[in-house]
Ligand binder design. Structure first.
Ligand SMILES: [Zn+2]
Length: 117
């Protein structure tokens, strides 16, 4: 059975629901009572503009161009773009970098799961 993703417009709670295709249009209610919306972006995370191919560009962690030299000395394995954005080859490299610098990456919200039959 296919998995459908829903998000509540009231409380922003989210659910993945497995149900028969025949019920794909049936309404799903949140625990708060509101009718939930299909979360198409969650169902097809690759359909948007997100490209999971390497490299992973992290602009929020960017450094100033004057810091690039020092950064390359301290982290020779991390590539830095000319504007200071960091380029990671993969998520593991990115996580290792956070750990090394004592930074904490907020985990993704856990999705709840229901089966409807
Ligand atoms: Zn709700």
């Amino acid at each position: 059975m296919p998995i459908y993703a829903y998000r509540c417009p009231e409380c922003d709670d989210n659910f993945d629901i497995t149900k028969p295709m025949a019920l794909s249009d049936s309404e799903e209610c949140c625990d708060c009572g509101a009718v939930m919306n299909r979360d198409y972006r969650e169902e097809r995370p690759n359909a948007g503009s997100i490209d999971y191919a390497v490299p992973k560009v992290c602009e929020s962690l960017g450094i100033t161009p004057s810091q690039i030299k020092d950064h390359q000395r301290d982290h020779p394995d991390i590539r830095v773009r000319g504007d200071g954005a960091l380029l990671f080859d993969n998520t593991k490299q990115e996580d290792d970098y956070y750990n090394k610098r004592g930074m904490y990456k907020k985990p993704q919200r856990q999705r709840k799961y229901r089966i409807r039959s």
